[in-house]
Ligand binder design. Structure first.
Ligand code: GLU
Length: 291
């Protein structure tokens, strides 16, 4: 088993689930929610719900209500009030100021047509003076000479090869919206949260977020990634790939499927309610190496 005993991780576990309100909760997001919930509860920690509503253009009406309702129906009760990233713009602006003070922020006027194939700036905007009047995004220069590594609590040591390191990435978009990397780096730092459990599709983002936290003088949380559910075509089950909303009337069954995906000991047949299932799985929570 690779789960690091929490006493060695942190004295009081503070975790979270952070869905984007871009659609209803589906089987893939249930796996991420359940893994972070069980890991937190197994370690007698707190588990918060943060809505990552930084992109109103992708937001789907009614999804916050659906997500909160579905979580409750599956017994995944969070601690404290639901928080919203759309209310955190002061913190994000302050972080942008700090990045600019640290000398790693630049204005980029690239459009889709001028970006590099990797999505990085394709016009060397960092060495030109792009004025505030020109439409621009804000990007950070990522130090490609550095090695990026961290210990994933579930996957073990992670190392980003230098050839895979992008030169730069967006922290504030051309349309004025804050980028996910910035919002997550600021929102996930200690002391607010000290243990992040989420889908392995975000592994690449973790390097960027940890780097941002380092530049911003924030203490990074411990990260742990779980393998997500793929659809029949092998693509990650997600709102973008049209994953179906969870049927809340089959909550116990949905939890059993998510637990089986997470390779957990199945709760006994006698566990018929969501509470029985969650109680059993909180107690027996452990992930196989590489999950
Ligand atoms: N809000 C992001 C999403 O729903 C993920 C957040 C995270 O766990 O970092 O994909």
């Amino acid at each position: 088993m690779i789960i690091t005993p929490i006493e060695r991780v942190t004295p009081h576990y503070r975790g979270r689930f952070a869905p984007s309100p871009t659609g209803p909760l589906h089987a893939g997001s249930l796996v991420a929610a359940l893994a972070s919930f069980l890991d937190a509860r197994h370690h007698q920690g707190s588990w918060a719900l943060r809505i990552d509503d930084i992109d109103p253009l992708r937001q789907v009406d009614g999804s916050v209500e659906h997500i909160t309702f579905a979580l409750q129906k599956h017994g995944l009760e969070w601690d404290g009030p639901v928080t919203y990233q759309s209310l955190e713009s002061d913190r994000f602006e302050h972080a942008l100021y700090q990045l600019s003070q640290a000398g790693c922020l630049f204005r980029c006027r690239c459009t889709r047509a001028t970006l590099s194939i990797h999505g990085t700036c394709g016009q060397d905007c960092a060495s030109r003076e792009v004025t505030t009047y020109e439409p621009h995004s804000l990007r950070v220069r990522f130090d490609t000479a550095q090695t990026y590594e961290f210990d994933d609590r579930f996957l073990g040591p992670q190392l980003l090869e230098s050839r895979a390191v992008p030169r730069d990435f967006i922290v504030k978009r051309r349309d004025g919206l804050y980028a996910y990397q910035l919002a997550a780096a600021v929102g996930d730092a200690q002391p607010q949260f000290n243990s992040i459990v989420r889908g392995a599709d975000l592994l690449d983002s973790t390097y960027r977020q940890r780097w941002l936290q380092q530049v911003l003088g924030l203490e990074p949380p411990h990260y742990a990634h779980v393998t997500l559910v793929n659809n029949a075509l092998g693509n990650k089950l997600s709102k973008q790939t049209g994953a179906a909303a969870l049927e809340v009337d089959f909550a116990a069954q949905n939890l059993r499927s998510a637990l089986s995906h997470l390779k957990q000991t199945p709760p006994p047949e006698s566990a018929t309610t969501v509470m029985d299932i969650l109680e059993h799985s909180t107690e027996h929570w452990s992930l196989p190496v590489g999950n």
